[in-house]
Design a protein around this ligand. Structure first.
Ligand code: FAD
Length: 479
């Protein structure tokens, strides 16, 4: 094509190098397409190029888990070591070192994605992607100062934190996830607005290292998306740990003062309250990222909330344009974005690309962890589905007691008629890993009896999943 270098013409161009985008590009290349991935992350790597990995690797999943790990060890050192006969005196926290280790993990992983692209022959394009229009069979997309032609374009531009109106985020006093993950010292008093996954994880990190944390949540129910049995247990355990969570509040004026922030709010009884804190984390959800994509100019349809409109196969209203991950409907989870990335690439290759939205696991990396897959009990009730329940506390699990982690339970919900597993809900140590067994079982259309008949290693936490399956048939052996 005239005026264009051949290397700027691709079968597949992915806009966005987060987990959805880089996976789509790698899978497309594996399937024989020429593929490129454009990324405009303002945070540069040591070479001065935009970092790959998106929200997940830079300011999401990975850094939060690194801080959760360090802060968990710190809490163990101060609150659990002594009871096990380990005397180390009072541990203190060095926040810059904790942050430095987190940054090291992020650097290593984001650089690793660049290597993965190279290894898989995906061309990395540094720059903001913006639709120009059609040119024959190709879509023309501006990436930075260059123009790129691609037969298929995958929009994987992700999401960004939702902010409160009239409250600028300076990432020092008023923060979103980016500032929350990069604090250089422990705030004495930390306020968090939003008791969702991010609010709870960030609240846990900073509480463990010494902050007095108050989380204000507008919804009347705590963790409304989770099974309410799990949510109740979590509320009890978090309160015991010292996380002050208030639900059903109505946020009023927020003033940034010389000393920090002052938040006026009405509590659940309608009483006017004031919360003064050194810093505030705003974690009230995330909004799709379509800034500067020029979606309107090419007629790419967005829904009422600004998400790119797609069908179950991530097809947009435009031929040859796909969208996936946080910028489209569905849960904002990295593994959901990656699944969709694989699906779209395989569909492009004429394969039966598929993403089962009913078996996407959810995890909250608090202590104890919370994880679930499938329907909650309240959803089954609302749908009028008859179910049976098997519930086993970790208190009845030898490994959990040995680890000093007796809190929580495994709850399995199976169809009353067919015994098919409909949902599994875990609150307890390593719930993030334990949930995989339930996901596999559900993917295979398994029944609780299938899990009940499978040999589980002893002593392991997974025996609680086994016992919950047995309990669905009212025959647990250890409870
Ligand atoms: P993103 O990761 O947001 O990536 C999109 C990329 O596109 C970005 O790098 C952006 O710079 C780039 N981009 C945007 N527009 C353009 C453009 N026009 N041109 C070029 N590039 C562009 N999920 C989990 O599953 N597990 C967790 O534990 C977890 N923890 C989280 C913790 C926090 C604090 C946060 C904020 C999120 C967490 N998430 C977690 C959610 C997870 O990070 C997202 O679901 C995931 O990153 C979505 O992937 P994505 O590829 O759709 O978008």
């Amino acid at each position: 094509l005239k005026g264009l270098h051949m290397s700027q013409q691709f079968d597949v161009l992915v806009i966005g190098g987060g987990p959805g985008g880089y996976i789509a590009a790698i899978r497309a290349s594996q399937l024989g397409f020429t593929a490129a991935c454009a990324e405009s992350n303002p945070y540069a790597d040591p070479k001065g190029e935009p970092r790959l990995g998106g929200t997940c690797l830079n300011v999401g999943c990975i850094p939060s888990k690194a801080l959760l790990h360090t802060s968990h060890l710190f809490e163990e050192a101060n609150h659990s070591f002594e009871s096990q006969g380990i005397k180390v005196g009072k541990a203190s926290i060095d926040v810059p070192t904790m942050k430095g280790r987190k940054d090291g993990v992020v650097n290593q992983l984001t650089a690793g994605i660049k290597m993965l692209l190279k290894k898989n022959k995906v061309t990395f394009l540094a720059g903001h992607g913006s639709f120009v229009g059609k040119e024959g069979d190709f879509w023309k997309v501006k990436v930075g100062a260059d123009e790129v032609l691609a037969k298929q374009v995958i929009v994987a531009t992700g999401s960004k934190a939702r902010h409160l109106p009239n409250l600028p985020v300076d990432q020092k006093i008023v923060m979103d996830n980016e500032g929350a993950l990069n604090q250089e010292s422990v705030p004495k008093k930390l306020a968090i607005i939003g008791a969702g996954v991010i609010g709870l994880e960030m609240g846990s990190v900073w509480r463990r290292v010494g902050s007095d944390v108050t989380i204000l949540e507008a919804m009347p129910d705590f963790l409304a998306v989770a099974d309410q049995d799990v949510a109740k247990e979590a509320a009890k355990l978090f309160a015991k740990q010292g996380l002050n969570i208030q639900t059903g509040v109505k946020i009023g004026d927020i003033k940034v003062t010389k000393k920090g922030v002052s938040i006026a709010y009405a509590d659940k009884d309608g009483k006017e309250q004031k919360l003064d804190a050194d810093r505030l984390i705003v974690s009230i959800g995330r909004v799709p990222n379509t800034d500067g994509l020029n979606a309107e100019a090419v007629g790419l349809k967005l829904d009422a909330r600004g998400f790119v409109e797609v069908d179950g196969h991530c097809k947009t209203n435009l031929g040859g344009v796909w969208a996936l991950g946080d910028v489209v409907r569905g849960p904002m989870l990295a593994h959901k974005a990656m699944e969709e990335g694989v699906m779209v690439a395989e569909l492009l290759a004429g394969q039966a690309g598929h993403c089962n939205f009913d078996t996407i696991p959810w995890v909250i990396y608090t202590s104890p962890e919370i994880a679930w897959v499938g329907k909650t009990e309240q959803q089954l009730k609302a749908d009028g589905i008859a179910y049976k329940t098997g519930k086993i506390p970790f208190m009845a699990n030898g490994r959990a007691l040995g680890m000093g982690e007796p809190s929580g339970f495994v709850k399995m919900l199976a169809c009353a008629q067919t015994d098919r597993i409909l949902g599994v809900h875990i609150i307890g140590a390593n719930a993030s890993e334990l949930i995989s067994e339930a996901v596999v079982a559900m993917e295979f259309g398994g029944a609780s009896e299938d899990l009940a008949r499978i040999c589980h290693a002893h002593p392991t936490l997974s025996e609680a999943v086994h016992e919950a399956a047995l309990a669905c048939d009212k025959r647990p052996l250890h409870f």
